[in-house]
Write a new protein. Structure first.
Length: 340
């Protein structure tokens, strides 16, 4: 009987291994310099090793057409992480904990993976992290829903009223040198200029605004991080892309239900404009990598003022080329250095 239990337990671990790893079991800090903290936001473009049937990935449903391509892509991602050397790296478009564990094993042994499974069963994509500093709380989610279009929406959506949640996100907490920090990660619905998705994305931002406000109201500093799939109308990117939505304004606290009750700042304000791009998209489908218009800034890190004052360096890691047939991600990592 004991042998059967052990076999069943092993079988269940194999099944569940790729689902999530949100639980913090011990608190550790594996940074060499405890006064410095490097955080990176990195959309890793379909970081899938296990086959996900709903999307046929690896396969014809995503960028990597077979297991070999998916593994090569993983090696490229690992190489970029080694070059950046972040203490906390937030991932978008990762399948699950199997992929995070593979990355961890290819790095220096100082990282622990955390991932809270989302509800995007269509793509199977999730957000997660590798970190040298363990969170104080296990990763959680909010299941709040919000109707769209929101009041005063500028998206141009003319459909019926609908409701949405934030399918890909997690919430956790850190403490650095006595500073309590809420760390909120999200990957919002794609396509900045599509009216329907714009309206839904504004509702997703409104849900996250509630989370941000509640933390700030409880004396927490906030880092809001992820691929928001939208432009910042205040801190313009390399192509002066302007949003049709209020997504960034809502998250920053200048619009929405809690407008004027808190304020977040974009770390991109520290980057010169011609370096403000984190995403490559072959907009005209001609693989012309010389086209400047194919670049935009849709990955963001927003912070409260205390965090902002402790940022000593901000950059987008652009040390690889984007082109059709590449094995790197179609996004570049956004990186900040903090000194507390």
């Amino acid at each position: 009987m004991l042998r059967l239990i052990l076999i069943f337990s092993l079988f269940m671990n194999i099944i569940l291994a790729d689902s999530e790893c949100p639980i913090v079991t011990s608190i550790g800090d594996r940074r060499q310099d405890k006064n410095k903290l490097r955080i990176a936001q990195y959309n890793v473009e379909w970081l899938f090793i296990d086959y996900y049937s709903n999307m046929n990935c690896p396969g014809d449903g995503c960028t990597w057409k077979n297991d070999s391509e998916a593994k090569t892509h993983m090696d490229y991602v690992s190489k970029r992480i080694k070059a950046i050397n972040p203490d906390i790296i937030n991932f978008c478009e990762v399948e699950g904990c199997d992929e995070l564990n593979i990355l961890k094993d290819e790095l220096d042994g100082s990282y622990i993976p955390y991932l809270k499974k989302g509800t995007d069963t269509g793509t199977g994509q999730n957000v997660g992290m590798l970190t040298r500093v363990d969170p104080l709380t296990s990763l959680s989610r909010t299941e709040l829903k919000y109707n769209y279009p929101i009041p005063g929406s500028t998206c141009g959506y003319t459909g019926s009223v609908s409701s949405t949640g934030v399918s890909k996100h997690y919430i956790t907490e850190f403490k650095f040198n006595g500073v309590n920090i809420a760390f909120i990660s999200a990957h919002l619905i794609a396509i900045p200029t599509d009216p329907s998705r714009c309206a839904q994305r504004e509702a997703q931002a409104s849900i996250l605004q509630t989370v941000i406000f509640e933390y700030i109201n409880n004396q927490y500093e906030v880092i809001m991080i992820g691929d928001f799939n939208d432009y910042d109308g205040e801190v313009l990117d390399v192509n002066n892309n302007k949003p049709i939505s209020k997504v960034l304004d809502i998250l920053k606290g200048t619009s929405g239900d809690y407008a004027g009750q808190y304020l977040l700042h974009s770390v991109s304000e520290n980057i010169v404009q011609n370096e403000r791009y984190s995403d490559w998209w072959d907009s005209d489908n001609n693989c012309n990598t010389a086209s400047k218009k194919d670049y935009s800034m849709i990955d963001h890190i927003l912070t409260t003022d205390l965090i902002r004052k402790n940022i000593v360096n901000t950059f987008v890691y652009h040390d690889y080329d984007e082109y059709c047939g590449k094995y790197d991600s179609d996004h570049y990592p956004l990186v900040i250095d903090l000194v507390f």
